[in-house]
Design a protein around this ligand. Structure first.
Ligand code: ADP
Length: 271
């Protein structure tokens, strides 16, 4: 019996060690893939626009030397500004991805309703009409890293506002659903253009963009990869599903603080 016990202890110890090695190996493989993708982005998505910006800067310089007037020079300056903006967005997303992946996690109680209000207020502050219709329901207090979850909500609400049918205001419902395991599932549901079924599992991979959305919807393909990392760091899951009747639902889980959920209410942008 003693011998059988010893064999069992050795076998489970070995199985556990093997599982650890497997996890470490797959983590290393993932990091290697990330590094390769980042090198490709640095080479293409940053280097190419930088050359374009440098070209326009030369044109602007020549125009100034020849005494061109402001109206002639303005379109060239606008191209420089938009190129620089695009590169800044990409660098911001790359930094946010690195923080979500490896930054330290400072857990604190965070009332989700207040955090969502903050993000929505910032997001709609400079939006032109038609203004979006945003509803929140039953958003409780969670035990999370505030900055990371703010980034997560900002990315998801930003996408729900961006991927809409042209000319139609966004309609978004953000709702909380407590789970029996001490977590809450948050659904961000929109009535936008939707994600094709084949793309749904892949949109959480860095740099994956839906081919049909490439024209007219600017983006870096990093937003949902950041969301995936943030949720993963909090031990949760994230998935994209179809919103019956049109649109997308992004659902993710976070650890619940235990506060009672609040009632449904509407956030109406000022007219
Ligand atoms: P991006 O910066 O391109 O928006 P994301 O990682 O946030 O990158 O999203 C990946 C892709 O998933 C997007 O390019 C878009 O095609 C699709 N997508 C994300 N959110 C939505 C949504 N709410 N509705 C429709 N498509 C979406």
């Amino acid at each position: 019996l003693l011998l059988a016990g010893l064999v069992w202890v050795l076998a489970t110890g070995r199985a556990r060690a093997e599982a650890k090695v497997r996890t470490a190996t797959s983590d290393l493989r993932e990091r290697e893939a990330d590094l390769r993708a980042f090198a490709a982005v640095a080479a293409h998505d940053l280097r190419a626009p930088l050359s374009v910006v440098a070209g326009y800067a030369d044109l602007l310089d020549e125009g100034l030397a020849e005494g061109d007037d402001a109206a002639t020079l303005r379109p060239t300056a606008a191209r420089i500004i938009s190129g620089v903006d695009r590169m800044c967005r990409l660098i911001d997303d790359l930094l946010a991805y690195a923080t979500a992946r490896d930054g330290s996690l400072n857990l604190e109680p965070v009332p989700l309703r207040r955090l969502v209000d903050e993000v929505v207020t910032d997001r709609i502050a400079h939006l032109p009409p038609p203004l979006p219709d945003i509803t929140t329901a039953s958003l409780p207090t969670v035990l999370v890293d505030r900055a990371m979850v703010r980034q997560l909500l900002d990315n998801l609400i930003g996408n729900a506002l961006k991927y809409t049918h042209p000319g139609r205001p966004a309609c978004i419902i953000i709702s909380g659903h407590p789970q029996p395991d001490g977590r809450v599932r948050i659904d961000v549901a929109d009535r936008g253009i939707g994600i094709p079924p084949d793309d749904r599992p892949r949109v959480f991979t860095s740099f994956h963009r839906v081919a049909q959305h490439a024209d007219g919807y600017p983006g870096t393909g990093l937003g949902l990869a950041i969301c995936h990392r943030v949720v993963e760091r909090h031990g949760g899951d994230i998935a994209a599903t179809d919103n019956p009747g049109g649109g997308t639902v992004i659902s993710f889980t976070l650890p619940l603080m235990g506060a009672a959920p609040v009632a449904t209410r509407r956030i109406r942008p000022a007219p």
